[in-house]
Write a protein that binds this ligand. Structure first.
Ligand code: FAD
Length: 450
């Protein structure tokens, strides 16, 4: 049997699941089934950064042009003191395209998900979507993984499915991850970051003409961060400058009493305004645009790094294995890199027995794990630097910001640091997987196959 004849199931139609499906279909895989608990992709209302490393993968997959057309090109970033709106640092980002081949764009999450989905629909002979069907149990991780599919329609009965390869792209609360670790007798704790986020979208036509400052931001090609002790706000325009997107980070005090089953809670507008009450009038005006009753707060969670992402013929993808704080804006980008690399390693399989599949999945892990966890750590470090309160560390950070105004030194906001960008944007994960596959496949150890 050719690798392309393998039966592959993907749990979750998020960024990692959709990219895996599309990348596999592009490499000729013919039997791809995607199971998604939700009834459709939804219109998830938030902005997302489309960094050059993400754009490169999407372009290889033929879907970047459409996504790019609805996005906004970011040419500069400004880091500001939240209370005073004074500028700590300004970084020109126009150079990004000339170095990495892609602009640094920002877009609407729906636009990204829909672009990937439309790409998948062009392969409808190869990819079958099963919306409103969640996977409720993993019965076996291999040699042929078996799982139970439970339709949301309670009139329909759960059924079992058996495949050659199972990809758990089921997000931060991944059932696949929990079941896999339990099966391997590995304990890996959920790490409480004590941080939470409000995500806000202001429609341009909501904004009164008497607020030229906000209108200018919506029309701009700029990412702005307003920072303060233990809190910050990042904001940028999306959807061809028709919407202004704000994402906040603050201590997660409001989750103390919540069960956190969904990691989100309906927030109160007055509590949100209170968190940023000492920020400047512009921030106050922006937060006030959120309609009463529509404040949603996310608890930001991560996990301890996992010793493995693979068990037998099953692999984890995206937030299921490397959830991250959002401060580097790389969570979805890394899930998308995972999907692209999985398609490379599976397409290069020299044989399709369970041992070879396991070794190919270990090669995927080898290409991806170190990089993904390095970025998780860097995002956490960047958050720590941005959220410093008064003291020596903050003074040192602000000296770095000041030096930057003279054009020297590192940027404490790692996202805007040219050396960090080189590490993140400069790597072509598909090329690396192509080049390293044979070496990694040959050195992969086979564990627990029966
Ligand atoms: C505030 C914030 C801002 C962010 N900003 C950025 C950014 O600017 N850039 C960026 O790259 N990333 C960003 N991220 C991170 C990004 O959103 C995630 O890393 C990314 O969505 C992960 O993709 P995924 O496919 O792994 O998981 P998800 O997108 O969460 O998809 C998982 C899917 O699996 C489905 N599912 C779950 N369980 C099951 C089951 N049992 N059976 C079937 N289906 C199931 C879910 O319904 C869901 O559709 C941000 C995150 C936050 C919280």
């Amino acid at each position: 049997m050719a690798p392309q004849d393998l039966k592959i199931a993907i749990l979750g139609a998020g960024m990692g699941g959709l990219t895996s499906a599309l990348a596999l279909a592009e490499r000729g895989f013919k039997h791809i089934d995607v199971y998604e608990t939700a009834s459709d992709l939804g219109f998830v209302g938030a902005g997302i950064q489309l960094a050059p490393n993400m754009a490169r993968v999407l372009d290889h997959l033929g879907v970047w042009k459409g996504i790019e057309a609805e996005a906004v090109n970011i040419e500069e970033t400004s880091v500001r003191v939240g209370a005073e709106d004074s500028e700590l640092a300004h970084v020109d980002l126009k150079y990004i395209e000339s170095i990495y081949g892609y602009k640094h764009m920002v877009g609407h999450r729906h636009s990204l998900a829909n672009g990937l989905y439309q790409g998948c629909l062009k392969h409808s002979d190869k990819i079958t979507f099963h919306f409103s069907k969640g996977v409720s149990e993993i019965l076996s991780f291999g040699p042929r993984p078996t799982f139970t599919v439970t339709p949301r329609d309670t009139n329909k009965k759960p059924y079992n499915s058996t495949v050659d390869v199972l990809l758990g792209a089921d997000g931060i609360k991944s059932l696949t991850r929990v079941a896999m670790l339990e099966d391997l007798n590995i304990s890996s704790a959920v790490k409480d970051t004590h941080q939470a986020a409000y995500r806000i979208m202001i429609q341009k036509d909501q904004v009164k003409d008497d607020d030229p400052e906000l209108i200018a931001l919506i029309n701009s090609n700029k990412v702005v961060r307003w920072i303060g002790e233990k809190r910050h706000i990042i904001a940028y325009p999306v959807s061809n400058n028709k919407i202004y997107n704000l994402s906040t980070t603050q201590p997660d005090g409001n989750f103390a009493a919540a069960t956190n089953a969904t990691y989100t809670t309906k927030g109160s507008k007055s509590a949100m305004l209170d968190v940023f009450k000492d920020f400047c009038p512009l921030v106050q005006r922006m937060l006030n645009y959120v309609p009463e009753g529509e404040v949603c707060e996310w608890k930001l969670r991560v996990h301890e790094p996992l010793p493995t992402w693979v068990s037998q013929s099953t692999a984890l993808v995206g937030d299921a294995c490397h959830p991250t704080l959002p401060h580097l804006a790389q969570g979805a980008a890394q899930a998308i890199e995972d999907g692209a690399v999985l398609a490379v390693v599976l397409s290069k399989l020299p044989a399709t027995d369970a041992e070879s599949i396991h070794k190919a999945l270990k090669a995927y892990e080898k290409v991806r794990k170190e990089r993904a966890y390095a970025l998780v750590e860097m995002a956490a470090a960047s958050g720590r630097a941005l959220h410093l309160g008064d003291g020596a560390a903050k003074e040192e950070r602000d000296k770095q910001f000041a030096a930057l105004r003279q054009g020297k030194g590192p940027v404490p906001d790692k996202w805007a640091d040219a050396d960090v960008q080189r590490e993140i944007y400069g790597l072509d994960c598909v090329r690396e997987a192509e080049e390293k596959f044979e070496e990694y496949f040959a050195s992969a150890r086979v564990a627990k196959l029966a």
